[in-house]
Ligand binder design. Sequence first.
Ligand SMILES: *[C@@H]1O[C@H](CO)[C@@H](O)[C@H](O)[C@H]1NC(C)=O
Ligand SMILES: *[C@@H]1O[C@H](CO)[C@@H](O)[C@H](O)[C@H]1NC(C)=O
Ligand SMILES: *[C@@H]1O[C@H](CO)[C@@H](O)[C@H](O)[C@H]1NC(C)=O
Ligand SMILES: *[C@@H]1O[C@H](CO)[C@@H](O)[C@H](O)[C@H]1NC(C)=O
Ligand SMILES: *[C@@H]1O[C@H](CO)[C@@H](O)[C@H](O)[C@H]1NC(C)=O
Ligand SMILES: *[C@@H]1O[C@H](CO)[C@@H](O)[C@H](O)[C@H]1NC(C)=O
Ligand SMILES: *[C@@H]1O[C@H](CO)[C@@H](O)[C@H](O)[C@H]1NC(C)=O
Ligand SMILES: *[C@@H]1O[C@H](CO)[C@@H](O)[C@H](O)[C@H]1NC(C)=O
Ligand SMILES: *[C@@H]1O[C@H](CO)[C@@H](O)[C@H](O)[C@H]1NC(C)=O
Length: 416
Amino acid sequence: MFNVGLLLLTVGSVLSASINHRELSMLRIAHQERGILTFSFDHSKSSSRSLDLLGTTQAGFRPGWLHLHDNLIYSVSRTSYPNNRSSSGGVFSFDKNAEDPDALSLVISQSSNGMGGVFCDVARDGRTLSVANIDGSTVSIYPLSSHGIIGDATFVFKYNLTHPGPGTNESQIQSNPHAAAFDPTGEYMIVPDRGADHVYVYHVDGPERVTQINNITLESGTGPRHVTFRVFNCTRTFMYLVSELDNMIRVFALDGVNNDSRGLRPHSSLSISLVQIVSTLGHGSNRSEPNNTNLAAEVALSNDGMFAYVSNRNTVSYSTDTLAIYSVHPDALEHLVYIGNTPTYGKIPRHFSISPDSRFIAVANEVSNNLIILERDQTSGRVNSVVGNVTLGEFDLTQNNGPMAVVWDSKVKYYL
Ligand SMILES: *[C@@H]1O[C@H](CO)[C@@H](O)[C@H](O)[C@H]1NC(C)=O
Ligand SMILES: *[C@@H]1O[C@H](CO)[C@@H](O)[C@H](O)[C@H]1NC(C)=O
Ligand SMILES: *[C@@H]1O[C@H](CO)[C@@H](O)[C@H](O)[C@H]1NC(C)=O
Ligand SMILES: *[C@@H]1O[C@H](CO)[C@@H](O)[C@H](O)[C@H]1NC(C)=O
Ligand SMILES: *[C@@H]1O[C@H](CO)[C@@H](O)[C@H](O)[C@H]1NC(C)=O
Ligand SMILES: *[C@@H]1O[C@H](CO)[C@@H](O)[C@H](O)[C@H]1NC(C)=O
Ligand SMILES: *[C@@H]1O[C@H](CO)[C@@H](O)[C@H](O)[C@H]1NC(C)=O
Ligand SMILES: *[C@@H]1O[C@H](CO)[C@@H](O)[C@H](O)[C@H]1NC(C)=O
Ligand SMILES: *[C@@H]1O[C@H](CO)[C@@H](O)[C@H](O)[C@H]1NC(C)=O
């Protein structure tokens, strides 16, 4: 009797708690035509009803990248900042409103100092902001003061190509910095240059001291695009570089990047060594010709570090594109082992993000103009099912209107 009563009491309090509020995940999407879209995601609903548009925020002409830091959202717009007389992009910071999660308020915006804003990142110190401009061949560095106020650029690095590369479709006729990503310590910044087949390495000591210390020269026709990092323990960090022209992931070991709170180390302590090159197109695939048929886009690891994912964009077929899936083996020579792929249920998955609890992958399919949520099997790394599916506009072959980036935001409580 006593046990039954306790059980009822417990069930009753769970019920009343769930009547008072629900906790839902939130997603932010950079949509070129519509601005920053805020969606809630309710896994208890069917895939066609689980995503709910909460709000839309203007963020310049063709916003294409998002980065979350503290309670702020940073975005980058492609061009026409501050108006159509300018070809430069812009960088924007927004404050999240605790009471009203879909209402983002603009803190400040600045010129990105180059045409084709594509990427931004904030270093771990929260004081240094980077922006990459792919067509203007520049990377800009900004100081952040309290609450997301972006100061005037402290550096605008300009890259010059001496010889065009073999990439077709004008992909290698100039320097094209595609990212400017900080490593997990925030002491290094990595700039993959698609046009030049180089990766520039900077030492970072706050926004006033950013110094190029190294660059990695890759094989001609590689087209390096994005990087992600994984700290496996206090002495070993790996860097995963995806390249869109040869459709490869290169795994590098970063030694001398320590997460041990000892403060800054001398620049010379960083050593970068190539561990593995593996195709994004499956078993036995070699480096692609740089002919713009397949263009790998984004790379990410699950939060447990056990699986890696990369998105493949095929520019000639109309069938769905894919995410390639790898298991991760930090102690083996074959660091990434290809285990298969999953459809993205759309065309041109320019970007995807794994949810903080690693259960879901949100995919931004740029040309089919849809957002898809996939559910992962956390043991096998494979994808089980589609649990979210929303159309954001017309299927768009010009590739100029759809979603460019998607990020998971913190969960919000909805009081009923
Ligand atoms: C700026 O140019 C874009 C693209 O050409 C156009 O869609 C937009 O209407 C223009 N905006 C203004 C304010 O002229
Ligand atoms: C590229 O050229 C610009 C202008 O000619 C120059 O100021 C800059 O230092 C050059 N950058 C590099 C990395 O050589
Ligand atoms: C690349 O150029 C070829 C020839 O002009 C064109 O047919 C193809 O559509 C272009 N591919 C992309 C991805 O732009
Ligand atoms: C550094 O290590 C601490 C403790 O293991 C961890 O909480 C923190 O996330 C790590 N920081 C980075 C940047 O990896
Ligand atoms: C990268 O390194 C190569 C070889 O050391 C050098 O020729 C080139 O100028 C460097 N490029 C930049 C932008 O530092
Ligand atoms: C990759 O290259 C190797 C060595 O040249 C060749 O034997 C193999 O057939 C190639 N694989 C594919 C899928 O073309
Ligand atoms: C592009 O390169 C691949 C090999 O990577 C080849 O199979 C394909 O036929 C090429 N396509 C064109 C249009 O040249
Ligand atoms: C750190 O991880 C690497 C890669 O897994 C491993 O080789 C090394 O032994 C580890 N070091 C420590 C101190 O655990
Ligand atoms: C997503 O929804 C559209 C209709 O809005 C439907 O045509 C499509 O088949 C759905 N895709 C998946 C993977 O459920």
